[in-house]
Design a protein around this ligand. Structure first.
Ligand code: BES
Ligand code: ZN
Ligand code: ZN
Length: 496
């Protein structure tokens, strides 16, 4: 899909559809919409009066052969209340418009921003929304006869003076959206097409293409380094684990700046191991590598956006299988850090592999850590599929991430990390145990387990179990992987 910025006056744009957005207010026909109304001889005002055009969030009004416009169609999308309108709303509107038009076989459209919206940030949001919306999860469908495709999008409503800022936002948006779709592509892969070894190959190929350094630790190296927690999960099946390390090391790194460590859980399939999961819905556990895929996508974007901080990405990857050699409840494992872990439930495997991932990231020089993981079902109970669960050991570092989430329109919510919860994972027969001895707070105790390995380094844990996968298609996004948290993390790194 091509995307360009266009300074042609909207009435003269030849396109399958001219798209704009309307606010929900007493008179929704204002500003640029009033200009379109004038060109179209008062049609929009008529529609508003009749109640057909209200501006309610994601209401679609499609007008064919609009008078006064070169466009074949005019599509107006409801933007909701003006006071609540922001970049996140614009991103969704652009995405929803793309999917709406694609389903009606349009090949291209021009997205016209409203009178005061011709900024770089908005161009970025529109591009991100459009590219995310254009992503489909039909890779393994063979019948492509009736495939519908949007070939070109233009962003309109920018003056010559606004062009440079718009184009800058556009290319940044393109980089971020491509990275997010790279992540979603990985998450979409079923476990027979994406084993830890294949994930490592794909990470390596991505890193080489992007100009990042990459090192893949195989099972032998992992054993040499005594990553006992990762190995304990991997021993349940024949697929060997991998520890993927991708580094962005800019020559202009600010002296004294933090070295950011991004650690992502990549369990390419989670059966639960001997503590096996029920079969209903188990197929979804192919997405248990979403945390790792997110971090790899972040690195891909950083390589192009070139921030001046060093970032080390560590992705422990394994399957969690219940084979004859699998670890069993009660087994005691020694993590790379030397801490001993009583594995009371083999299905709490994400925290085990992150234990070694986080320790290794620190050993490689990371001073500030963020991990992302589809860690707990409990986070779905707490926050549903709306908010990412955020846990932190250092409020200043956590606040920085929350500010980034807000800036890019990703919903995240911080949960408490009181010391009392830590008691729940004290081990009876080893240093710590991998599930809680208390009632409730499952996501918090999971976070505390990982924190044990972060030590004193400022650390954040993102539980994306509820948000990394869309169970139902949204008007602006296909069913399946979402790529959540990528935009926040890119923003966080760029904010130094
Ligand atoms: N991968 C799962 C978490 C998960 C559950 C993700 C549901 C998405 C949807 C994780 O490895 C797991 O199984 N966690 C257990 C932990 C429990 C045994 C303490 C869980 O949440 O049930
Ligand atoms: Zn599990
Ligand atoms: Zn898991």
């Amino acid at each position: 899909m091509q995307i360009t910025l266009e300074t042609t006056p909207f009435a003269a744009i030849e396109t399958d559809a001219l798209v704009s957005y309307v606010f929900e207010e007493t008179d929704p026909v204002q500003g640029r919409i009033a200009e379109i109304d004038q060109a179209a001889a008062g049609l929009l005002r008529k529609l508003a009066k009749s109640g057909e055009l209200t501006g309610k969030t994601l209401e679609f009004t499609l007008i064919h052969a609009p008078a006064g416009l070169k466009a074949a169609r005019l599509l107006l999308v409801g933007a909701g209340k003006r006071e609540q309108f922001n970049g996140a709303a614009l991103r969704k509107i652009a995405g929803a418009a793309l999917r709406y038009l694609k389903s009606r076989s349009a090949k291209n459209f021009a997205f016209l921003v409203r009178e005061s919206d011709a900024t770089g940030e908005n161009a970025q949001a529109i591009v991100e929304g459009a590219f995310a919306a254009n992503f489909e999860t039909d890779k393994y469908k063979t019948d492509k006869k009736n495939d519908k495709n949007i070939e070109a999008v233009s962003i309109a409503g920018y003056s010559d003076a606004e062009r440079a800022a718009g184009e800058k936002g556009l290319s940044k948006g393109r980089i971020i959206a491509d990275a997010q779709n790279f992540t979603r592509d990985l998450v979409n892969e079923p476990s027979n097409k994406l084993t830890p070894r294949i994930l490592a190959q794909k990470a390596e190929a991505m890193a080489r293409e992007a100009g990042l350094s990459v090192e893949i630790l195989d099972e032998k190296k992992i054993a040499d380094l005594k990553m006992g927690a990762l190995l304990s999960v991997a021993q349940g099946g024949p697929e060997p684990p991998r520890m993927i390390v991708v580094t962005y090391n800019p020559s202009n790194a600010k002296p004294g700046a933090p070295v950011i460590g991004l650690v992502g859980k990549a369990v390419t399939f989670d059966t639960g191991g001997i503590s096996i999961k029920p079969s209903e819905g188990m197929e979804k556990m192919k997405y248990d590598m979403a945390g790792g895929a997110t971090m790899l996508g972040v690195m891909r974007a950083l390589a192009a956006l070139k921030p001046n901080v060093k970032v080390i990405c560590v992705v422990p990857s394994t399957e969690n299988m219940p084979g004859g050699t699998a670890q069993k409840p009660g087994d005691i494992q020694t993590a790379m850090s030397g801490k001993t872990i009583e594995v009371l439930n083999t299905d709490a495997e994400g925290r085990l592999i992150l234990a070694d991932g986080v320790h290794y990231a620190k050993q490689l020089g990371a001073t500030h850590l963020v991990d992302a993981a589809t860690l707990t079902g409990a986070i779905v109970v707490a926050l549903a599929n709306i908010n990412v669960g955020v846990f932190g050991s250092d409020q200043a570092w956590t606040d920085k991430l929350l500010a980034s989430a807000k800036a890019v329109g990703e919903k995240m919510w911080q949960l408490p990390m009181d010391d009392e919860y830590r008691e729940f994972i004290k081990g009876s027969f080893a240093d710590i145990q991998n599930i809680s001895s208390g009632k409730g707070g499952g996501s918090i105790t999971g976070a505390w387990f990982i924190r044990e390995f972060a030590g004193d380094s400022p650390w954040i844990h993102l539980d994306i179990a509820g948000t990394a996968w869309n169970d139902d298609a949204k008007p602006w996004l296909a069913k399946g992987p979402t790529g959540v948290a990528l935009r926040t993390l890119v923003h966080l790194v760029l904010s130094f």
